[in-house]
Design a protein around this ligand. Structure first.
Ligand code: GDP
Length: 296
């Protein structure tokens, strides 16, 4: 992710790096190029505008032209603002509650929900030693239920059975009870997706959310859909109190606009990145590391 943006920004900022003197005009020229680079990376326009505004204000406010190395100073400001834009520190999962802690996973069809449920279950069980149960409340696609069952078996995580003739709320209630009885630490609930955000889906997911009473409500979204990812994240966030976002398929996304826009537009942190189809293709989202990666 960010290959294109990284190349563009590094090229632009390199021109500043060695400069002994910087004028407001130099900075404005550089910011014009940064603006184009961000727009080409598919970062949403209001986000680009506020980003450039903040960098400029800081650069002028600190009077970088008086510093020993003004070019480096501007680069540092861009770096700091990128980190800020993506949410400063990593927001880890909050599982501190009387077990089982419920994690609800929502998103559009094909975003990578079920795969991500498997990845999270694997991470929590095999890296953190938690007792994990998974359940699918996707009653529209029996194939999705079967997919989760197969996935759970492959990673040796407890699978709570469900079927297409059940009501999603009943499934969630049944799974919560089973998780409690089996002394699980975590219950991860996979939900139904649609091709587009629609009223019926939102009604259903709200009911499922109320029954699940989750400590984490994670929105899974395909990073390759760029600004559409941001729009759907906003729509889900208006329907559900999201606690975070998981951005999938970042391994195939050279632009990275969604990663840079989602936090600013929805106010919700990205918690993980999907970085491949395999079960371990997931990593915690660290804004500082991402910013360093972009700026090289
Ligand atoms: P769902 O409909 O939202 O449950 O989506 P699935 O979990 O079935 O995933 C849809 C497709 O996306 C599958 O082919 C997954 O292997 C693929 N996928 C999911 N996450 C990632 C990822 O991080 N990287 C890549 N390359 N593929 C992914």
């Amino acid at each position: 992710m960010f290959e294109q943006l990284g190349d563009r920004l590094q090229g632009t900022l390199k021109k500043l790096r060695g400069q002994a003197r910087l004028t407001e005009e130099n900075i404005s020229d550089a910011m014009r190029e940064v603006r184009i680079a961000l727009l080409e990376a598919d970062v949403s326009l209001p986000v680009v505008k506020s980003f450039i505004g903040k960098v400029k204000a800081k650069a002028i406010g600190t009077d970088v032209s008086k510093s020993l190395n003004p070019g480096q100073m501007v680069i540092k400001i861009v770096q700091d603002e990128l980190v800020e834009l993506m949410g400063a520190a990593n927001d880890a999962l909050n599982l501190a509650q009387t077990p089982p802690a419920v994690i609800l996973v929502a998103g559009l069809q094909g975003a990578g929900k079920t795969t991500t449920v498997g990845k999270l279950a694997n991470l929590l069980k095999h890296r953190e030693g938690k007792r994990v149960m998974v359940v699918s409340a996707d009653v529209y696609r029996p194939a999705a239920i079967l997919q989760l069952k197969t996935l759970a078996e492959s990673i040796d995580v407890t699978y709570h059975p469900s079927s297409a003739d059940q009501n999603p709320v009943d499934i969630v209630n049944g799974a919560k009870l089973a998780a409690k009885n089996a002394v699980m630490d975590v219950l991860i609930v996979d939900t139904a997706g649609r091709l587009h955000v629609d009223q019926q889906l939102m009604q259903e997911i709200k009911a499922v959310h109320a029954a699940a009473n989750p400590v984490e409500t994670l929105f899974v979204v395909d990073s390759m859909t760029g600004q559409d990812a941001v729009v759907s994240a906003k729509a889900f966030d208006e329907a559900l109190p999201l606690t975070g976002v998981i951005l999938t398929k970042t391994d195939g996304d050279a632009r990275g606009g969604a990663a840079l826009s989602i936090r600013e537009v929805t106010g919700k942190p990205i918690k993980f990145l999907g970085i491949g189809e395999k079960i371990d293709g997931i990593e915690a989202f660290h804004p500082d590391r991402i910013a360093s990666r972009i700026l090289g």
